[in-house]
Design a protein around this ligand. Sequence first.
Ligand code: VGL
Ligand code: ZN
Length: 202
Amino acid sequence: MRPATQGLIVIDVQNDFCPGGALAVADGDAIIPRINALLAEFSVKVLTQDWHPANHASFAANHPGKAPFEMIDLPYGPQVLWPAHCVQGSKGADFHKKLATNAADLVIRKGFRPGIDSYSAFFENDRETPTGLEGYLRSRGVSDLTLVGLATDFCVAYSALDAARLGFGVTLLEGACRAIDLDGSLEEAREAMIAAGVLLEA
Ligand code: VGL
Ligand code: ZN
């Protein structure tokens, strides 16, 4: 068992990010056995769940004339437009059935406000509206985090960068993550994480 100061954050291991899903990440389900083993090893463990209303601003279909993977400017900054995914209550928003969800202490949902996306487990994409996860971890005495899940270059990277900015020690296990890799986004995310002091391990 890991010490109680170490927390595991499992990002968005949901059907829509796995093969066959609306925003499938190549090989996304391949990471599940390793994540299940990690869930047995940590005493503080949190799952995040991308959880969008159907009218969400990040969905291309809600912007006439726009296609998935184009960029737009929203009041808080540039935003990638995605295929509709992880709609609240849908099968696609459910965790993958092989994920050992019963082992988790907390499930934190994000992206539920129609006008703003939330890649990070800590802050929405304005980088200031909190999800509440920081307070949960601090009040449980957690100082160091291990991050795994989907997708490396979006929700995992944003979470890792925010965690580092908040002063947590952060390790990302690349072998327990898979990337979308849109126009070099994986390399960009890796460089930003290294610069922020995130430890990238296999
Ligand atoms: C994610 C794009 C849109 C992710 C979530 O989990 O990385 N990516 N929503
Ligand atoms: Zn999303």
